[in-house]
Design a protein around this ligand. Sequence first.
Ligand SMILES: Cc1cc2nc3c(=O)[nH]c(=O)nc-3n(C[C@H](O)[C@H](O)[C@H](O)COP(=O)(O)OP(=O)(O)OC[C@H]3O[C@@H](n4cnc5c(N)ncnc54)[C@H](O)[C@@H]3O)c2cc1C
Length: 455
Amino acid sequence: MAQGLNPVNAVAVIGAGYAGMAAAAELAERGIPVTVFEASGRLGGRARAVRLGNAGGVTVDNGQHLLIGAYRETLRLIRLVGADPGRLLLRSPLALVYPGELSIRAPRLPAPLRLAAALLCARGLAPAERLAALSFMARLKKRRFQLDQDCTVTALLDFYEQPPRLRRFLWEPLSVAAMNTPADAASAQVFANVLRDSLGGGTDASDLLLPRVDLGALFPDIAARFVEQRGGCILRGETIRHIEQPAAGAGFVLHSAGAAYRCSQLVVAVAPYHLAALIDRLPGLDELCRQVARLAWEPIVTCYLAYPPPMRLAGPMLGHAGGLMQWLFDRGQLGGPAGLFAAVISARGRHQALSNERLAARIHDEIAGFTPGLTAPLWSQVIREKRATFACVPGLSRPGTRTALPGLFLAGDYVASDHPATLESAVRSGVDAARLCASYAADPAARSTFQPAAG
Ligand SMILES: Cc1cc2nc3c(=O)[nH]c(=O)nc-3n(C[C@H](O)[C@H](O)[C@H](O)COP(=O)(O)OP(=O)(O)OC[C@H]3O[C@@H](n4cnc5c(N)ncnc54)[C@H](O)[C@@H]3O)c2cc1C
C-alpha cells in the first residue's frame, strides 16, 4: 500500500444510485466485499427520498417513479437484498385511464391477446382506432421489433398511419413516459424495444408497479444493509474529486477532499454529467469523455399538491392529455398521506417557462377540471430535475460497461443497452459491471489479456 493512502476493499464503487447499489449488492452476493462512495447523505441518486421541510416534514420522492413488470432485474435485486417486491410495490395490470376521455385496461394474458383484449374492451376508442393499434403492434412484431433504420417516434407513427387519438392517448404518452423525450425527437427503435418488452412481453410484463415506500426504502437503503452485512462499507457524504492510476495495472487511487483511497477494481456509477471530471486524469479515456459530452438532457418535473383528506382520485394513477401534467398519482393510495397528489411532467415543454407557484396553480386547475368539489391545496411543492435522463434520440451512441482501462467499469442508466434511461437499465448495468469485476478479479489471465469492448 502506498503511504498516505487509505486501504479500502479491493473493489470500490463510486455512486450509490440504483446502478451503484445494484453493482455493490451483486458483488456482495458473490462474496466480494465492496466500498461504496456516495457524495450525498442519502442513497438513491436520481431516485431518492426527499424530506420537505416546509410541508410538516413529509417525505416524498425527488420524482414520482413508475416501474413495470418487465423490470425483472430490479425485482430480482430487491428480492436478493431480502425485501419483498409484493409488499413494497402495488402491482396492477396496465391501465391507462383518462377521466371522461378514454380508458384502456390490459388483462393478464399473453401477448398479443393482451393488447387485443385491452383494445376490445377499451372505452372511448372507435373500431378503426382499435384496428390501427392492433395492426401497428402486429407489424412491429412481424419484423421482431427491429427497424431498418432508426427514426423518431413521430415518423414511426406516421409511417404506420396511427390516428390522432391513438397517438394522443396511447403511443405518445407511453413513449414520453418510457423515454422522457418528446415523440418528435425520441428514438423509434428504443420505443419499439420498450413495446417488445412490455406489451409484447410475458403475461405480467406490462403490469404497473407503483412504489408504496419511498425510493430509498425500495432498494438502495436495504441494499446498503445487505452489503454491510457481507463485509462491505458505504461511505455517505464522501465525494470523490478525481481518480488516478499510479501505474498501469496498479489499481486506482480515489481522491476526496480529505483523503485518498486505494482500490484494485473500480465501478464508476455516477451520472454521465459527473463522469468527465472524475476520470479526466486517467489515460486513454478521451473518447469516452467526448462520447458522454455528446449526450443531451431532458427534465422531469413533479408537482406535489396536498389536499385536505379525504380527497381521493378514482385510482392511484390517472393519465391527462392536452394540459401540462401527463400523469397524476394519488400518494394516499400508495402508502403516503391521504390527499397528497403527485403530478408528473416528463421531458421539455412549455411548463419550463412557468414559476413554481404558477405551475402548481395550473396543475390544480387541471385536476379541478375532472375532480368536482376540489378545494384549494393546503400546500404545494414543485421539484424540478433538470437533467433527469439523457435525451433518448435516434441512433444514440452510448459507452459500454468496459472502459479502455482494465479494472475500470462503468455503470448507470446511460451505459449501452437497448433500453432508455430507467431504474431497470441502471440496475442491469450495475449487475453487468459487477459480473465483469468479479470475473476480472478471479482470473489473473483475464487481467493481462484484458481487451476493452468497443464503446
Ligand atoms: C424525476 C425523475 C423521475 C423518473 N421517473 C422514472 C420512472 O418512473 N421509472 C424509471 O424507471 N425511471 C425513472 N427515472 C429515471 C431513473 O431515476 C434513473 O434512470 C436512475 O435513477 C439512474 O440511476 P443511476 O444509478 O444510473 O444514476 P444516479 O441515480 O444519478 O446515481 C449516481 C450517484 O452518484 C453519486 N455521485 C455523483 N458524483 C459523485 C462523486 N464524485 N463521488 C461520489 N458520489 C457521486 C450521486 O450523488 C448519485 O447518488 C426518473 C428520473 C427522475 C430524475
